[in-house]
Each structure stands twice: as structure tokens, then as C-alpha cells.
Design a protein around this ligand. Structure first.
Ligand code: UT7
Length: 322
């Protein structure tokens, strides 16, 4: 049996870091409101030369180096984004070219904030067929480009960034208990109007701006995330006591607290980066995972649960042994 084993992580952030106080000079908001309601203190905003693809390339290069590989070893790129560089071709192919990979399979996945979880399940399935050996799974976004900077209820919540992981297909003996143990995804398209972009190639012919009914999204998020994490643990044959770390989608510190509480997990086991990065949509889980791997919190052998929920609604979780 083949397992998809995590062998490297990487991340990248735009150079410009913006504090709540700086935002409050442009928008009718305050540091107190943003911190109290969301836990966010900073976000990074892409400059003119930074795009989803350049951030993805930098995160991917770091992940490939951490895995001890060279770019040519990669034979599959699955890139999750809701803010591609172009409507087409896929940003994954742009990243492939930037990395100098001559031939591989490369495509984008669109599931907004849970896009990385969708991408992980797709890559895991493709690796387990044995056809592909080494996959780059990337979450990369420049949400600053689709924010309505006049709308204080949304523009203070998001940031730009990218995270990437390398997954390698290994036979069970070589994997030695490591790898993706379970994935579980859901979608419920009836909730389109709670979190969406009011434009698109086939409707308005424009890119559009993000719209969100935050309070309703919040309510669904806590219920759905706790449920899908519990489901994924059952599939993996584990219980919440077995979990060393939860690496959640970083939308709101209150959602992280409430979800962990519902599962009986202590807050010390939850990786929190929302204060530094804000909500980076599909990038948030791999960004947080890379942060916790590099600062030594997540170690070899740990059981880690990844989870996310976003527009659609879509939501999902994955359990892995690092
Ligand atoms: O990544 C996809 C998933 N997304 C999420 O998970 C987001 C989920 N939702 C949330 O995180 C929260 O609902 C928000 C952070 C978006 C909002 O927090 P809330 O506690 O639900 O606030 P609210 O929307 O109920 O607004 C409370 C008040 C309102 O004023 P009134 O009507 O009570 O007078 C807003 O107008 O806060 C006001 N407000 C602001 N005030 C200062 C809204 N945005 C701001 C702001 N600065 N930026």
C-alpha cells in the first residue's frame, strides 16, 4: 500500500506588512475592534511585483529544499487558489514554468478557503495510484486584489501569502506509519450568497469583489469544522486524545477557540497564526503548518489535523502523521 508522506514545507509572504493601526488610517475601524472580534494584528499585502504565482513559487521552492529534492523531482503540482494570476491558464502551470520543471501534471483547485484541503485529498489520491511520486501541494492567494477597501466588514479580515508542502508516495514499510491517514471533504452550494465574489468571467466579465455575511459564516464554521474533524479522526481510527496539533484555517481566533472547545482539545494544541497573517484563504493552513514545523512545535511522528471551511460552502479536514 502506498502512503502520501509529508517530506517538506515552505511558505512565502509579501514584503509589506500592515498593522491594524495603519489600516485604521484608511478605513473606519480600530485596532481594538479588529483584535477583539478576530485576533488579527497584522496582514501582508502584495506589492505590484508580487502575485499569487510569485508567492506560490517562493513557498514551493522552500518546500522542495526542505524535502531535500530539486524541482525536476516534482511530477505533480496541485495549486489551490481563488485569486489566480489569470482566468486561465492555471496558476499551477505558471509556477511549473517558474520552477523550471520541464514536464509534470499541473492544475488548480478552486474551493476558496478550504482549497488546500481539497488539493491535499486530490494529491493524496493521485499519489496512492502509484502513477505520481512526488507532489507539490500549494495554497496561494492575493485576496487584497479582490477586497472592497471601502467595506470595513471584510477588508480588515484578509491578507496575502502562500504555503506549500511536498508529499511523496512511499510504500507502507518505507512510510513507517507516517503520511496522510484520512481526508474528508464536504460542500453545500446552497450557501453561495453568504460568501462570494460579485463578478466572474461568465457573468459580469469582471473579477469582482469579495462579499460576506460574516456572522452567518461564523455560525456555520464552528459547527461544520468540529464535525468534519471528528469524522476525519474516526476514518483514521483515532480519537481527539491522540491529536498532537490542530492546524486550522486561520479566519478568526474566536472560531479556532470555539472549534477546539467543541472537540475537547486544549487551546495549547492549536496552531494560531491569524494574528500575524489574517485570513489568507487557501494559503492559511500550509502557512500555519510551515510556521509550526520551522519553529519546532510540530515534530516527526506527531499526529496533526488540518481543517478549513470557506465559500461555497466547502469544508474539510485531513489527519496525518508527520
Ligand atoms: O475564510 C472563510 C470563513 N470566514 C470566516 O470564518 C469569517 C467568519 N465571521 C467572522 O469572523 C465574524 O463574523 C466577523 C469578524 C466578520 C464579524 O464579527 P462579529 O462579531 O460577527 O461582528 P458583526 O458582523 O456582528 O458586527 C458587529 C458590529 C456592527 O456594528 P452594529 O451593527 O452592531 O452597530 C458592525 O457594523 O461591528 C461593526 N463592524 C466594525 N466596526 C469596526 C463591522 N466591521 C467593523 C470594523 N471596524 N472593521
Amino acid at each position: 500500500m502506498i502512503r502520501a508522506v509529508l517530506t517538506g514545507t515552505g511558505s512565502a509572504l509579501p514584503v509589506r506588512r500592515v498593522s491594524n493601526a495603519e489600516l485604521a488610517q484608511e478605513v473606519d475601524t480600530s485596532d481594538e475592534w479588529i483584535v477583539e472580534r478576530t485576533g488579527i494584528r497584522f496582514r501582508h499585502i502584495a506589492g505590484p511585483d508580487e502575485t499569487t504565482a510569485t508567492l506560490a513559487r517562493d513557498a514551493a521552492s522552500a518546500a522542495i529544499a526542505a524535502a531535500g529534492l530539486s524541482a525536476q523531482d516534482i511530477d505533480l503540482i496541485v495549486l489551490a487558489t481563488a485569486t489566480p494570476d489569470q482566468t486561465f491558464p492555471a496558476t499551477a502551470t505558471k509556477v511549473q514554468a517558474m520552477l523550471g520543471i520541464d514536464d509534470c501534471v499541473a492544475f488548480d483547485v478552486a474551493a476558496v478557503c478550504s482549497g488546500f484541503l481539497y488539493a491535499v485529498q486530490v494529491a493524496d489520491s493521485m499519489l496512492r495510484t502509484g502513477v505520481h511520486r512526488r507532489a507539490l501541494v500549494i495554497g496561494a492567494e492575493t485576496f487584497s486584489r479582490i477586497l472592497d477597501w471601502q467595506d470595513r466588514t471584510t477588508c480588515v479580515l484578509f491578507g496575502d501569502g502562500a504555503g506549500a508542502i511536498v508529499l511523496e508516495g512511499q510504500e507502507s514499510e518505507e512510510a513507517d506509519g507516517r503520511g496522510i491517514l484520512a481526508t474528508r471533504l464536504h460542500a453545500d452550494g446552497r450557501h453561495n450568497d453568504l460568501l462570494y465574489v460579485d463578478g466572474g468571467p461568465s457573468t459580469t466579465g469582471t473579477v469582482g469583489k469579495l462579499r460576506m455575511k460574516g456572522r452567518e459564516v461564523f455560525r456555520h464554521a464552528v459547527v461544520n469544522l468540529a464535525a468534519v474533524m471528528a469524522e476525519s479522526l474516526v476514518i483514521a481510527g483515532l480519537s481527539s486524545e491522540d491529536v498532537d496539533w490542530v492546524v486550522p484555517h486561520q479566519a478568526n481566533a474566536r472560531i479556532l477557540d470555539a472549534t477546539a472547545r467543541k472537540l475537547g482539545l486544549p487551546p495549547e494544541k492549536v496552531v494560531v497564526t491569524v494574528d500575524q497573517h489574517a485570513n489568507t484563504s487557501a494559503a492559511s493552513v500550509p502557512l500555519a503548518l510551515d510556521t509550526a514545523m520551522r519553529d519546532g512545535r510540530v515534530r516527526a511522528g506527531d499526529i496533526v489535523v488540518l481543517e478549513a471551511m470557506g465559500g461555497g460552502f466547502t469544508w474539510g479536514a485531513a489527519v496525518l502523521r508527520v
